[in-house]
Design a binder for this molecule. Structure first.
Ligand SMILES: [Zn+2]
Length: 190
């Protein structure tokens, strides 16, 4: 499986690249958008965000990617991390968006966050290793490690991720699309 951490949902260039990639389905993969709600404290407006999130969620199940501190600082610096996850999932649901996956920003998690994610019925993608288990689909490969992995015998389970801004770099974009094409030919999708 393949997911994208949408770090800059209101950046037109990054969104345009992501939108095109998701519609193109490289390698035949549904690219899951993992998104954080707009951050009003940091001047992000709700309307354009909603339009984009709804477009992404209409194509493929989507997910919540909580940034606890700010758009550019993912990990928590204060407050109650689990409460924020619950607030953000509820915020999405109130607007008709139904997140199905969760990935903690900066790969952060703790016991209360894990319990909240499970209680909200989200599939947790925060773990960086291991096999899928009920409610858990670890994120195993970065763009770089995916590019190397597709040249060798494939592991049993691959969940690749990238960032929307990776798509702004032509070399990284090409590497991703080429790797997914190879992976798509070789893999059974889940
Ligand atoms: Zn992030």
């Amino acid at each position: 499986m393949v997911s994208c951490h949408v770090e800059r949902p209101l950046d037109d260039a990054a969104w345009d690249r992501f939108d095109r990639l998701q519609r193109r389905r490289p390698g035949g993969f549904d690219v899951i958008a993992l998104m954080r709600p707009p951050d009003a404290e940091h001047g992000e407006a709700e309307e354009p965000w909603l339009e984009r999130a709804r477009a992404a969620a209409a194509r493929v199940p989507f997910g919540l990617h909580t940034h606890w501190t700010s758009p550019t600082h993912a990990r928590p610096t204060n407050g109650d991390p689990a409460a924020r996850v619950r607030r953000e999932a509820e915020w999405m649901r109130e607007r008709g968006l139904e997140p199905r996956y969760f990935c903690g920003g900066g790969w952060y998690t703790d016991e209360a966050v894990r319990a909240t994610v499970a209680e909200l019925g989200l599939v947790d993608c925060t773990s960086r290793r291991g096999e899928p288990s009920p409610g858990v689909l670890p994120t195993t490969h970065s763009l770089g490690s995916l590019a190397r992995a597709v040249l060798r015998p494939l592991p049993h389970y691959v969940h690749a991720y990238f960032h929307d801004y990776d798509l702004l770099d032509a070399r990284r974009r090409y590497a991703l699309v080429a790797s997914l094409a190879v992976l798509g030919r070789r893999a059974e999708k889940i």
